[in-house]
Design a protein around this ligand. Structure first.
Ligand code: F6R
Length: 239
């Protein structure tokens, strides 16, 4: 009987690709995403993308914008759900993830506005739980995530699922790790200005995506990437 729990087999499940540069990597991924979009267009169907913010996916979004402008890739049939948003930031705040997505992608492509979903960081506290459940049902109603794009934080977070987030966690309000807030300090001109909380899709929500691509560039991510792909699964490394 095959033993599916050997470490070797667990590692094998995570397909890892090393590229000479982030440019090469994003070109390959953008072309995979573009193919899925076009394939669905030919079937008159929508495609649901899970999107990340932060510095990692910026080049991917630039490449998707290039494909839109130069190669006629349309986003009319694309529905998006972003992973997370800082809690307490209004959508027009320069550091809000909604603002980031507008500037880095949405403003530059023909995606219908009603197809775009980014968690609302301004939901009043008593309504957050219901709001998060609604975010989950919207993903389900859209048909589930087809492709989820992920970055990885130095704490091992995906979305804002910090260490301790279990594999079954769902969209919820979380507290940000100290290291995460320190990493964001420059953007906010000081750690004290970084929000302490965020709304994030859960690990369980993310794992339901049919395909996932986690991107990581540069030496600062090497150690946590190794912990995520070469060491036994643990909820101290949510990725
Ligand atoms: C952002 C997100 C985070 C980032 C991670 C890496 O939506 O989900 O998990 O992917 O913090 O951030 P960067 O890419 O700035 O290193």
């Amino acid at each position: 009987m095959p033993n599916s729990n050997t470490e070797a087999e667990q590692f094998e499940k995570i397909r890892t690709k090393v590229f000479p540069s982030s440019e090469t990597a994003v070109r390959e991924l953008a072309s995979i995403v573009a193919n899925v979009i076009r394939q669905r267009q030919s079937e008159d169907r929508r495609v649901v993308l899970g999107l990340a913010t932060g510095s990692t996916p910026v080049k991917l979004y630039r490449e998707l914008i290039r494909l839109h402008r130069k190669e006629g890739l349309s986003f009319q049939n694309v529905v998006t759900f972003n992973l997370d948003e800082y809690y307490g930031l209004p959508p027009n705040h320069p550091e809000s993830y909604r603002h980031f997505m507008e500037v880095q992608l949405f403003e530059h492509v023909d995606i219908p506005r009603q197809n775009v979903h980014v968690p609302d960081g301004m939901v009043p506290r008593p309504e957050v739980y219901a709001y998060c459940q609604e975010y989950e049902s919207r993903i389900r109603e859209a048909g589930g995530l087809d492709v989820q794009i992920l970055g990885i934080g130095r704490t091992g977070h995906i979305g804002f699922n910090e260490p301790g987030s279990g594999p079954d966690s769902r969209t919820r309000l979380v507290t940000l790790d100290r290291l995460t807030r320190r990493d964001a300090a420059r953007d906010f001109r000081g750690e004290a200005n970084v929000p302490g909380n965020a709304i994030t899709m859960g690990v369980g929500t993310i794992l339901q995506a049919r395909e996932l691509a986690l991107l990581a560039w540069g030496e600062s991510k090497a150690a946590i990437l190794r912990a995520a792909i070469e060491v036994q699964q643990t909820d101290t490394v949510p990725a």
